[in-house]
Ligand binder design. Structure first.
Ligand code: COA
Length: 175
């Protein structure tokens, strides 16, 4: 078990890679976290099975509190692409999302990562603040560029998903 994050005034929180049994828990967590897209349960099972090295679960004795799903885009091992960050409403506002992202970047298997990328809709202020704060702690620039236009989402009403790119950051900024 990975040592827990210290969140003042809260029970101990453990941060660890996901395992297979977490698939349904991650699916249920994301269902509580709009505006995140809720994907199929099978997709969350695949994350636990194939991407535990780049995903993270936060839990306390009462259950799952948060998760980060991420992967190394093929052929770009210096980039960690963060797909979804979710913190259960009961655990928000205590720095857990920031702690999860920083803990992920500190994993021994991710020491080569110099850039973090994600997409964030224009209206997701909480997420934008989170990644701005992360860039600040890494002392790295954050740049935004177009990626997935709203039209690409077809008939579903969905905001555009521009790309946020943080980096380059040195390994020393992660530790
Ligand atoms: C976004 C989310 C992950 C933040 O989790 P959290 O653990 O409460 O975030 P933290 O406590 O680590 O806060 C990190 C920064 O974001 C800011 N922030 C967090 N929630 C915020 C909100 N609702 N509005 C504005 N800023 C917010 C914090 O103030 C902090 O910045 P600061 O240190 O400059 O003040 C959580 O609200 C969530 O799960 N939302 C629904 C899903 C989502 O939108 N996920 C992100 C898309 S990938």
């Amino acid at each position: 078990m990975i040592a827990g994050a210290h969140l003042s005034g809260a029970p101990p929180t453990r941060l660890r890679p996901p395992r297979r049994a977490d698939g349904p828990r991650l699916h249920a967590l994301v269902a509580h976290c709009p505006p995140l897209d809720l994907n199929s349960l099978y997709l969350y099972l695949l994350l636990t099975e194939h991407f535990p090295q780049t995903c993270l679960v936060a839990e306390d004795d009462h259950g799952v509190l948060g998760m980060v799903s991420a992967y190394l885009p093929p052929g770009r091992s210096e980039v960690l692409f963060v797909w979804q960050v979710a913190v259960h409403p009961r655990a928000r506002g205590r720095g857990l999302a920031l702690s999860m992202l920083r803990r992920l970047l500190r994993r021994p298997g991710l020491r080569q990562v110099r850039w973090l990328e994600t997409t964030v809709g224009p209206g997701n202020e909480a997420s934008r603040r989170l990644f701005a704060r992360l860039a600040g702690t890494l002392n790295a620039p954050l740049r935004e560029s177009a990626l997935f236009d709203a039209a690409l989402f077809g008939v579903d009403a969905h905001e555009a998903e521009p790309l946020l790119r943080i980096g380059p950051f040195p390994l020393s900024a992660v530790n």
